[in-house]
Design a protein around this ligand. Sequence first.
Ligand SMILES: NC(=O)c1ccc[n+]([C@@H]2O[C@H](COP(=O)([O-])OP(=O)(O)OC[C@H]3O[C@@H](n4cnc5c(N)ncnc54)[C@H](O)[C@@H]3O)[C@@H](O)[C@H]2O)c1
Length: 352
Amino acid sequence: MSSTLTVDLGDRSYPIVIGRGLLDGNFDLNAFVRGSDCLVVSNETVAPLYYEKLCANLAGCGVNGINLPDGESFKTIATMRSILDRLVELRANRDIAVIALGGGVVGDIAGFAAACYMRGVDFIQVPTTLLAQVDSSVGGKTGVNHAQGKNLIGAFHQPRVVLIDTNTLDTLPDRELAAGLAEVIKYGAICDAEFFAWLEANMTNLLARDPDALEQAIRRSCELKAEVVAEDEREAGRRAILNFGHTFGHAIEHCHGYGEWLHGEAVAAGMIMAARLSGLPADDVDRLAALVAAAGLPTEPPAIAADAWLDAMGMDKKVQAKQLRFVLLDAIGESRVSSEYDGSRLNEILRG
Ligand SMILES: NC(=O)c1ccc[n+]([C@@H]2O[C@H](COP(=O)([O-])OP(=O)(O)OC[C@H]3O[C@@H](n4cnc5c(N)ncnc54)[C@H](O)[C@@H]3O)[C@@H](O)[C@H]2O)c1
């Protein structure tokens, strides 16, 4: 059984197919490969688990592979270049399809390589972490980190299809599952109070990997993301709400070395900081903190000096009020992007 959603972007619209066991031959991936060849980009952890299965779904075309080193610290231009080198070595034509098999790191790097090679070739997402299934594989943001900041180099490049086999979560470590739940909680917090309440009622089932609960959470998250992306593909406005908790979260990742705090963990602590900055009633901040804690995620950031926070958030003290924009909550399920915030409250939050 599978269900399909559509990201509605005119002639760049694409399906998100969600189901159990899709990689066990229950989906015709060949239909999305236009040419005769594809390059599967994976990593040293995921490829031994799922590469062969994926290949069995690509019997109609010539399959090539490349495995990247595993980890956020390898989300660099150098790693992306290794994919470009492989494409050149294969003498790949414009009709090659680049297929990302892995988590958000593999997806972001592979998507960026697909956006750059010959000014853009087809890209397919087969996400295998919860975070990638609910967030990074949908919406077309691709890119790599720079030593000076996260995701500083990249491109918008939408996939042709997103294939979510929820069975791949069976092998995902608990800590990574929890990190993905941070982004799931984010959707409830920014735009769906009912979903937030559903998460409160179902967190135990999600952590126990109840397949129905997981599928429901993934489907609702993808629906919400698809809706926001369809409205504002290039983040000229509303799409920025998806960055709730990320200004603080990216600063945590930057200050603590990529990979030390997982992206989802940094976002979790960042969401609570952003909720406090929003001036939400204490009861609502407590609700968010309780849900984050129930997911096994950190509710407090690590110790970072206030100056380092400001620097990592892209501002120095003199220009702070003018430049920084935060995603703030008006209530659970309602958010806005604003550069108007209480500076003294921000300082208090940063000082811990
Ligand atoms: N493009 C976007 O819109 C967007 C949105 C959110 C996050 N991101 C990016 O996504 C990245 C984080 O993604 P992530 O949390 O998936 O991390 P990740 O890609 O590093 O994957 C986490 C770990 O799980 C392993 N793994 C993946 N699938 C597995 C499986 N099925 N079984 C066992 N192990 C598995 C990976 O090898 C890795 O060690 C960050 O770089 C973040 O910036 C991008």
